[in-house]
Design a protein around this ligand. Structure first.
Ligand code: HEC
Ligand code: HEC
Ligand code: HEC
Ligand code: HEC
Ligand code: HEC
Ligand code: HEC
Length: 293
C-alpha cells in the first residue's frame, strides 16, 4: 500500500515537472517560422541587426505594466511562474511596423497569410494546427540582419517557409530550381518568393496565375509551361478542388515507384549475378586445389 502511494506521488511529480516545461497558451506549441524572441535580448546581436539604430521604445512604446493606463497589450503577470514563457508573438501590435515598412505591410494585408489569419480569428483552429504567420513569425524583430545577399535570403526562406510548409520545401529541394538555387547557389534560379512573393503568398494552383510568375524569368514560356507540377506532394490537396493535380501527382508517384522497382531489380540482379558467379569461381578453385593435392 505504502509503496503504491509512493509510486503515485512519483507519477504526479513527474507529470508536474513535465507539464511545467511546456509553453503556456493554446497553440503555443505550434509556433513555427523564424527564431522566436525571448525575454533575454542579446544586445550584441541586436546591435549587429537591421534595427540597431532603433530604440526599444520605438517598437515597444506603451509596453507598460498590465492594467496601467495607456498600455497597448498586457505585460505578462510576473507573479506567475510561467510569465517568461508567455507567447507574445501574436499579441504584438504590428501596426507599428507599418509606420516604417508601409509596402511590406500593405502587401501582407492583401495576401494569403493575412487572409488565413482573418479566417482563423473567425474560426479558431484546433490546438496544434498550423497558425497563419505574422511579421515576427518570419522576421525576428530583434536580430533581423540587413544587407544579406540573395543566396543567404533564399536559403533562409527554404528554412522559414519550410517550417510550416515542409512538403513544399522538400519537393522544392528536389526540383530543378531547388537544386540549382538552394543547393548549388545559382541565384538566377527561383527561390520560394520568386514564384509566390514574400508578402502576398500567392496561390499558384491556377496555371494562368502561375505562368505570370514563370514569365518573370522564362520570358517566352508558352501558356502550357505552368501546367507542370512544381510540388509533387499530396499534402494539403482537396480531393474535389484539386482533382486535376491529385491525378497528376498520383501519376508522378506511381511512375516514380515503378522506376524505383526497375532500378532495384536491375541492380539486384547485377550484384546477385556477380555474387553467384564469385561463388561458382570459388567453388571451382577449391575443387581444382583439391585435385592437385
Ligand atoms: C523593430 C521593432 C523592435 C525593436 C527595436 C525591439 N523589439 Fe522587442 N519585440 C518586438 C516584437 C515584434 C516582439 C513580439 C514578437 C516576438 O516575440 O518576436 C518583441 C518582443 C519582445 C519581448 C518579449 C519576448 C517574449 O518572448 O515574449 C521583449 C522582452 C522585448 N521585445 C524586449 C526588447 C528590448 C529590450 C528591446 C531593445 C533592446 C527591443 N525589444 C527592441 C519588436 C521590437
Ligand atoms: C510568410 C513570411 C513573411 C511574413 C509573414 C512577413 N514577411 Fe517580410 N519578408 C519575407 C521574405 C521572405 C522577405 C524577402 C527577404 C527575405 O527573404 O528575408 C521579406 C522582406 C521584408 C522586408 C525587406 C524588403 C522589403 O520588402 O522592404 C521588410 C521590411 C519586411 N519583410 C517587413 C515585414 C513586415 C512589416 C511584415 C508584417 C506586416 C512582414 N514582413 C511579414 C517574409 C515574410
Ligand atoms: C522606426 C522605424 C522602424 C520600425 C517601427 C520597424 N522597422 Fe524594420 N527596419 C527599419 C530600418 C531603418 C531598417 C533598415 C533598412 C535598411 O537597411 O535598408 C529596417 C529593416 C527591416 C527589415 C529588413 C532587413 C533586410 O533584409 O534588409 C525587416 C524584415 C524589418 N525591418 C522588419 C520589421 C518588422 C517586422 C517590424 C515590426 C515588428 C519593424 N521592422 C519595425 C526601421 C523600422
Ligand atoms: C507560421 C507558419 C507559416 C509560415 C512561416 C509560412 N506560411 Fe504559408 N501558410 C500558412 C498558413 C496557415 C496558410 C493557410 C493555409 C490554408 O488556408 O489552408 C498558408 C498558406 C500559404 C500559401 C497558399 C495560399 C493559398 O491561398 O492557398 C502559400 C503559397 C504560402 N503559404 C507560401 C508561403 C511562403 C512562400 C512562405 C515563406 C515566405 C510561407 N508560406 C511561410 C502558414 C505559414
Ligand atoms: C518555380 C516556382 C516555385 C517555387 C520556387 C516554389 N513554388 Fe510553391 N508552388 C508553385 C506552383 C506552380 C504551385 C501550384 C502547383 C503545385 O502545387 O505544383 C505551388 C504550390 C505551393 C503551395 C500550395 C498552395 C498553393 O495554392 O499554391 C505552397 C504552400 C507552396 N507552393 C510553398 C512553397 C515554398 C515554401 C517554396 C520554397 C521552399 C516554394 N513553394 C517554391 C511554384 C513554386
Ligand atoms: C527567379 C527566376 C525563375 C522563376 C520565377 C522560374 N524559373 Fe524556372 N528556371 C530558372 C533558371 C535560372 C533555370 C535554369 C535554366 C538553365 O539552366 O538554363 C530554370 C529552369 C527551369 C526548368 C528546367 C530547365 C528547363 O529550362 O527546362 C523548368 C522546367 C522550369 N524552370 C520551370 C519553371 C516554371 C514552371 C516556373 C513557374 C511556375 C518557373 N520555372 C519559374 C529561373 C526561374
Amino acid at each position: 500500500m505504502k509503496r503504491r502511494r509512493k509510486t503515485l506521488w512519483g507519477a504526479a511529480l513527474l507529470a508536474l515537472v513535465f507539464t511545467a516545461g511546456l509553453p503556456a497558451g493554446p497553440g503555443a506549441a505550434a509556433l513555427k517560422g523564424a527564431e522566436p524572441s525571448t525575454w533575454f535580448v542579446d544586445m550584441g546581436r541586436f546591435n549587429q541587426g537591421a534595427h540597431a539604430s532603433l530604440t526599444c521604445g520605438q517598437c515597444h512604446p506603451k509596453h507598460l505594466k498590465a492594467g496601467q493606463k495607456g498600455s497597448q497589450f498586457k505585460h505578462p503577470d510576473i507573479t506567475s511562474p510561467r510569465y517568461l514563457k508567455a507567447p507574445v508573438r501574436r499579441e504584438y501590435n504590428y501596426h507599428l511596423c507599418a509606420d516604417c515598412h508601409r509596402t511590406a505591410w500593405k502587401r501582407y494585408l492583401g495576401g494569403a497569410h493575412a487572409e488565413a489569419m482573418r479566417r482563423q480569428a473567425q474560426d479558431p483552429p484546433k490546438a496544434g494546427a498550423l497558425l497563419a504567420p505574422t511579421c515576427a513569425d518570419c522576421h525576428n524583430p530583434h536580430y533581423i540582419l540587413g544587407g544579406r545577399d540573395r543566396l543567404a535570403l533564399g536559403r533562409r526562406q527554404v528554412r522559414v517557409c519550410g517550417s510550416c510548409h515542409p512538403a513544399q520545401a522538400a519537393t522544392y529541394r528536389q526540383s530543378y530550381h531547388g537544386k540549382a538555387a538552394a543547393n548549388l547557389g545559382n541565384t538566377r534560379a527561383a527561390f520560394c518568393t520568386d514564384c509566390h512573393g514574400a508578402h502576398t503568398a500567392v496561390s499558384l494552383k491556377d496555371p494562368t496565375v502561375a505562368i505570370q510568375a514563370c514569365r518573370r524569368c522564362h520570358l517566352d514560356a508558352p501558356p502550357n509551361f505552368a501546367q507542370m507540377v512544381m510540388h509533387p506532394t499530396l499534402a494539403g490537396l482537396d480531393p474535389k478542388r484539386d482533382a486535376g493535380k491529385l491525378w497528376r501527382v498520383n501519376l508522378i508517384l506511381t511512375v516514380g515507384m515503378i522506376m524505383f522497382v526497375i532500378v532495384l531489380v536491375v541492380v539486384g540482379s547485377y550484384y546477385g549475378h556477380h555474387l553467384l558467379w564469385m561463388l561458382r569461381e570459388l567453388h571451382h578453385k577449391i575443387r581444382k586445389h583439391g585435385h592437385e593435392e
